[in-house]
Write a protein that binds this ligand. Structure first.
Ligand code: IPM
Ligand code: MG
Length: 368
C-alpha cells in the first residue's frame, strides 16, 4: 500500500516558517514511528497570485482534491490589500473550503496549564478550559446568493445572503454530536432564531437530528450574542458548540483569545468520506500570516504543529500519535520554553521558531 499523501500549502507571511517546523515533525514520524507520508508542496494565497495571477491555481485545486490531507500555513499580507476582491489571498482559502466541501470546521479552544496566566480573563475562569467549536464552513452568508454591490436609485447597496438548507444544517449537527460523544457529551447550538429565519430552521433541524439520532447527547440552544457573553463569563460550561459560518468565525476568535494565545490554536476542516474512508480534510492554524514578524524566525510554530496532530487524529487514524505530539508540546511549554508571543510581562529570553520545533522534537524523542 502506498503512503498516505499530504499536500503542504505554506502560503504567505509566517506560513512557510511555521510549516518548516511541521515538515521536521513529519520527517520524525517517518524515521522514528514508521509512519511515512508522501509530501508534496504548492502555493496558495498572495504567493500564488504573484506567480500565477490567481490565489489558487486550478492544478493546485486538483491536487488538493486528490490527497489524503492538505496542510495550510496562512494567507495574506498588506501588499495584497488593494487587489481586486476576486483574487485576494483569502479567496484561495475559501475556494479550497468550498470545492473540497469541507463543511465541518473544528476549532478547539484549549487552555494550556503553563499559559493560564496569559488569558485576559481570571485564571480560574480559563484554567483547564477545553471546548470544541464546530463551525459550518461551506455555506451561510459567506457563500449565499445574491451577493454583490449594486446601484439602486442613486446609491450603492451591498448585499450578502444568509442561506442554509436543512441538509447543510443536519450534516454539521451530526459532526458536532459525534464529536461530543467522544468528549463531554454536550452540544450547545448557537444561532439567532429570534431575528433570522435561517436561525429558526437551524434550531429545528439540530433538534430533529438530536432527537432522532443522538438522544443520549445533552443538547442546549443559545442565541449567538448571549453565547458570546457566556463564553466570556464562564467558558467551562461548554463542551461542543455548533454554529453557522459567520457566528463561528466570530465566536472562535473570541474563544481563541480566552486561551491566552492565538499562536497555539489549530483547526481541522473536514468533509465527507473519500473512497478510502478518510474524510476530505484541510488542517490549518487559526492565526493569520502575521506579516509584521514574517521572515524573522520569531513566529510560534505550535498552532501549525498541533494542526498536524489533528491530521494524525482525524485523517490518519493515529490518535495515540496525536496524543504523543500534543503531550510533547505540553512538556516543552511546562519546561518554560517560549517563543516571543508567549513571554509574559516578566519577560525572558524567547526561542526562535526553529528552536521551538527542535525542542518539540527532543520531547518526541524522549517519549519513545
Ligand atoms: C478564518 C478567517 C477566514 C474566514 C478568512 C481569512 C477568509 O478569518 O478562517 O476564520 O473568515 O473564514
Ligand atoms: Mg476568522
Amino acid at each position: 500500500m502506498s503512503n498516505p499523501s499530504i499536500l503542504i500549502l505554506a502560503g504567505d507571511g509566517i506560513g512557510p516558517e511555521v510549516m518548516g517546523e511541521v515538515k521536521k515533525i513529519i520527517t520524525w514520524y517517518g524515521d522514528k514511528r514508521d509512519l511515512a507520508f508522501d509530501v508534496s508542496e504548492d502555493l496558495v494565497g498572495g504567493c500564488a497570485y504573484d506567480k500565477y495571477g490567481t490565489p489558487l491555481h486550478d492544478d493546485t485545486m486538483a491536487k488538493a482534491q486528490d490527497v489524503d490531507a492538505v496542510l495550510l500555513g496562512a494567507v495574506g499580507g498588506p501588499q495584497y490589500d488593494n487587489l481586486d476582491f476576486s483574487v485576494k489571498p483569502e479567496r484561495g482559502l475559501l475556494r479550497l473550503r468550498k470545492e473540497m466541501d469541507l463543511f465541518s470546521n473544528l476549532r478547539p479552544a484549549q487552555c494550556f496549564d503553563a499559559l493560564a496566566d496569559f488569558s485576559s480573563l481570571k485564571k480560574d475562569v480559563v484554567a483547564g478550559l477545553d471546548i470544541m467549536i464546530v463551525r459550518e464552513l461551506t455555506s451561510g452568508i459567506y457563500f449565499g446568493e445574491p451577493r454583490g454591490i449594486i446601484e439602486e436609485g442613486n446609491e450603492r447597496v451591498g448585499i450578502n445572503t444568509q442561506r442554509y438548507t436543512e441538509s447543510e444544517i443536519a450534516r454539521v449537527a451530526r459532526s458536532a454530536f459525534e464529536l461530543a460523544r467522544k468528549r463531554g457529551n454536550k452540544v450547545c447550538s448557537m444561532e439567532k432564531a429570534n431575528v433570522m429565519e435561517s436561525g429558526i430552521l437551524w434550531r429545528q433541524v439540530v433538534t430533529e437530528v438530536h432527537d432522532a439520532e443522538y438522544p443520549d447527547v445533552e443538547l442546549s440552544h443559545m442565541y449567538a450574542d448571549a453565547g458570546a457573553m457566556q463564553l466570556c463569563r464562564w467558558p467551562k460550561q461548554f463542551d461542543v458548540i455548533v454554529t453557522d459560518n459567520l457566528f463561528g468565525d466570530l465566536l472562535s476568535d473570541a474563544a481563541a483569545m480566552l486561551t491566552g494565545s492565538l499562536g497555539m490554536l489549530p483547526s481541522a476542516s473536514l468533509g465527507a468520506p473519500m473512497e478510502n474512508g478518510r474524510p476530505k480534510a484541510l488542517y490549518e492554524p487559526v492565526h493569520g500570516s502575521a506579516p509584521d514578524i514574517a521572515g524573522q524566525g520569531k513566529a510560534n510554530p505550535i498552532a501549525c504543529i498541533l494542526s498536524f496532530a489533528m491530521a494524525l487524529r482525524y485523517s490518519f487514524d493515529q490518535g495515540a500519535e496525536a496524543d504523543r505530539l500534543e503531550q510533547a508540546v505540553e512538556k516543552v511549554l511546562a519546561d518554560g520554553v517560549r517563543t516571543a508571543d508567549l513571554l509574559g510581562p516578566e519577560g525572558g529570553v524567547p526561542v526562535s521558531t526553529s528552536e521551538m520545533g527542535d525542542k518539540i522534537i527532543a520531547a518526541l524523542d524522549a517519549s519513545l
